[in-house]
Every structure is written in structure tokens, then in C-alpha cells.
Design a protein around this ligand. Structure first.
Ligand code: PMP
Length: 401
């Protein structure tokens, strides 16, 4: 029956981890993973999450099904975290929110909803490059994936002129996907002034903005600051779509907790959108998992736990920023590695586009036991005091050839 099924290519990111696992050298470093690691290279369960677990256990919660759109209280609190208490549509009850299977599920619900109900276009413009899963998610949702310029190889920075030109050239009312903060894979975000310009172009061209916010709090350590783009767009009257993930900022990766929301015109429109979101979700997975949503809800809904969580998010962001500074110092001052490395410090969030090419990443894996994706992206979270010198020296050797 399946003789005509051809073998598919392996996932480019998960392939890095497999090569890493097969390597027996004690100096090996995996910079391919998209999950936070503590200063000892270990997975990190937040203390606020552990406390929330205790609260849940003590409350003797059951394992009943959630409604199709998930835990209502969690949805409310997730939206508050993203849009802020001053958000006009939030205060007006005009934002439709559903719990989702983390950020991926939120993007997929959004893609499916837009494919079915957005009357103006099937085209969605993604930054080039973007997170590797964006293309298959939106393609499989029934949208037509196109690209807008984002990364400038020469400066290892934002190609802002290219971005603006491509958004201006996109057909009116096309959908545009924007990374709210900590752009993956480049680690390069527009400045607040640039976001304001992007918002103006999106308005001029009547584009539909779909934000992917997988790293709120993780970029700067401040959840409000990281939500700037989302809140600015909403304040400018854009009716946005938003995918939220609690994988990174609460360390709830495998719990799969996230939210999808749509800003609508008024509560009556919201109610109609709510009903259609249920019709999209019901045949996909019926209703979302309960445990992670209860944890996130407990943290977001308790003043003391919330404050503790904010401190822990900042702790993760700060450790990453300190690794950026250390790496920059090693390459520039200690090793005098040829090239300009300022981008290591100016980039933001978990990932950094190092500027290393695929030949250099190959040499790093084979000679130095250092693993990263072939595009030269590293997860800063994989670096720590024990391995950063080996990493910097290996990069130095690879660059000097
Ligand atoms: N969007 C971006 C940009 C991401 O980097 C990720 C995680 N790698 C996600 C969405 C979704 O992750 P998850 O489904 O685990 O929330």
C-alpha cells in the first residue's frame, strides 16, 4: 500500500541533535536546540512553575475535558499579558481568544481560520529567513506562502529598506507574518521607531498583520517591552492576529500551552469569530490539554507567583545577554578573530545568527564537536561558563581556516 511513499527529508534542526548525541567527545556542545539551558547546561524548571504545581496538587484538580477553546480564565490572562491592561479592544471585550497547543498550534489555528474566513487574500508574507516551521504550517493551512526581505548578509543586520520595499510591493490586503520580538533565527528585531514605520506601511497597504510572539519576556527580560510591537499596532487601530507561546517564557515546552487571538471590531463580531474558531478547532483536536494551562493560569493569576515568574524570565534573559557579552569579548579582544562581531551583542533573544557559513559549521562539528544549524544559527542558551571558551576558540580556528 505504501510502496509509492518516498522517504521525506529529516527535520534540519532535530538532525543537529542526533549528530550531537552520536558524538562521544566530552567537549561536545549542542547549540542547535531551541530550549533554554541553565548555567550548567541543564534543562531548567522555573521555581514559579514548581510552586504552581504544588498549588494544583493541593487543590485536587480533576482531569476533565476543557471546553473547545480551553480554560477561559487562562485565555483572559494570556490576552492581558500580551495586549496590556490599557488595550482598548481588550477593555471593550472585542478580542477573541482561544487556548492553543503552544505557539505552533496557535499559528496553525490562525492559518486555518484565515484560509477559511479572510475574504481578501490567501497570500501570507514571511520574513526571509523565518522559523523553519512557518512555511509548512501556513502551506498546510491552505495559504500561499511568500517572502519579504529581512536579513542583510553584509551587515548581519536588518535589511530595513528591503523589508519596506517588499511590504509596499505586496498586493493590498495580503497577510504579513511579523515576529513580535526575538526574531528566530536571526536574533535581529526592528527598533521601536522602525516598528512604527512598519505599522504605517501595513496600514497604507491594508495588509493584515499576524504576530508570532513566542518569546515575550525572553528578549529583553521585560514582558511589556517585548510586547511593544503588538501593543503599538493595536493602538494604531490594526485588527491583528496573535499567536502566543508559553514554551520559552515559562519553560513549559512539553506542556504545549499557548493562545491564539484575533482583534475584532466589537463584542458582537467577537462572538461570531468565537463560534467559527470552535468550528475550526473541534475537528482538529477537540479540546486542548489541561495541565499546562492550569500551571500558566496559576502563575498569571497570583500576584506573588507572577512577580516571581517575571524575575525568573528576566534571569533567563540576563544570562543569555551575559553570554553574548562574554562571547563578543572573547572573539574581539582575547582571540582577535577576524571579522566584525558586534552583532553577537546587538542581537536579542535565544538565537544568534553568527555569520558563520555552512562550510565553517561543518568544520566546527567535525573538528571541534560543536553543533549548530548549517545557516550558522546558534542558541545562546547552549553556552555557559564551562564551554564558552572552547566555543570561541573553535570559532576562531574555523574563521582563520
Ligand atoms: N514561533 C517561533 C518563532 C518559534 O521560534 C517557536 C519555537 N521554536 C514557535 C513559534 C513555537 O513553539 P511552540 O510550539 O513550542 O510554542
Amino acid at each position: 500500500t505504501w510502496s509509492a511513499v518516498a522517504a521525506g527529508p529529516p527535520d534540519p534542526i532535530l538532525g543537529v541533535t542526533e549528530a550531537f548525541k552520536a558524538d562521544k567527545d566530552p567537549r561536545k556542545i549542542n547549540l542547535g536546540v531551541g530550549a533554554y539551558r541553565d548555567g550548567n547546561g541543564k534543562p531548567y524548571v522555573l521555581e514559579s512553575v514548581k510552586k504552581a504545581e504544588e498549588i494544583l496538587t493541593a487543590s485536587n484538580f480533576d482531569k476533565e475535558y476543557l471546553p473547545i477553546t480551553g480554560l477561559a480564565e487562562f485565555n483572559k490572562r494570556a490576552a492581558l499579558l500580551a495586549y496590556g491592561a490599557d488595550s482598548a479592544p481588550l477593555k471593550d471585550g472585542a478580542i477573541s481568544v482561544t487556548q492553543s497547543i503552544s505557539g505552533t498550534g496557535a499559528l496553525r489555528i490562525g492559518g486555518a481560520f484565515l484560509a477559511r474566513h479572510y475574504p481578501h487574500s490567501k497570500a501570507i508574507y514571511l520574513p526571509v529567513p523565518s522559523w523553519g516551521n512557518h512555511t509548512p504550517i501556513f502551506r498546510d493551512s491552505g495559504l500561499e506562502v511568500r517572502g519579504y526581505r529581512y536579513f542583510d548578509k553584509k551587515t548581519v543586520g536588518l535589511d530595513f529598506e528591503g523589508l519596506k520595499a517588499d511590504l509596499r510591493a505586496a498586493p493590498e490586503q495580503s497577510i504579513v507574518l511579523l515576529h513580535a520580538c526575538a526574531h528566530n533565527p536571526t536574533g535581529i528585531d526592528p527598533t521601536q521607531a522602525q516598528w512604527a514605520e512598519i505599522s504605517d506601511i501595513v496600514k497604507e497597504r491594508k495588509l493584515f498583520p499576524f504576530f508570532d510572539m513566542a518569546y515575550q519576556g525572553f528578549a529583553s527580560g521585560d514582558t511589556a517591552r517585548d510586547a511593544f510591537a503588538v501593543r503599538h499596532f493595536v493602538s494604531q487601530g490594526h485588527q491583528i492576529a496573535l499567536a502566543q507561546s508559553f514554551a520559552k517564557n515559562m519553560g513549559l515546552y512539553g506542556e504545549r500551552v499557548g493562545a491564539f487571538s484575533l482583534v475584532t471590531a466589537d463584542p458582537a463580531e467577537k462572538a461570531r469569530v468565537d463560534s467559527q474558531l470552535k468550528i475550526v478547532i473541534r475537528p482538529l483536536y477537540s479540546n486542548p490539554p489541561v495541565h499546562g494551562a492550569l500551571l500558566a493560569n496559576a502563575i498569571l493569576g497570583d500576584k506573588a507567583l507572577y512577580a516571581q515568574w517575571e524575575g525568573e524570565v528576566k534571569g533567563m534573559a540576563d544570562r543569555i545577554i551575559s553570554m553574548r557579552e562574554k562571547l563578543y569579548g572573547l572573539l574581539t579582544n582575547d582571540l582577535k578573530t577576524p571579522g566584525e562581531w558586534g552583532h553577537i551583542k546587538s542581537q536579542i533573544g535565544m538565537f544568534s545568527f553568527t555569520g558563520l557559513n555552512s562550510d565553517q559549521t561543518k568544520v566546527l562539528a567535525e573538528k571541534a564537536h560543536v553543533y549548530m544549524t548549517a545557516d550558522g544559527r546558534i542558541s545562546m542558551a547552549g553556552l555557559n561558563a564551562n564551554n564558552i571558551v572552547h566555543f570561541a576558540e573553535s570559532v576562531d580556528a574555523a574563521v582563520k581556516g
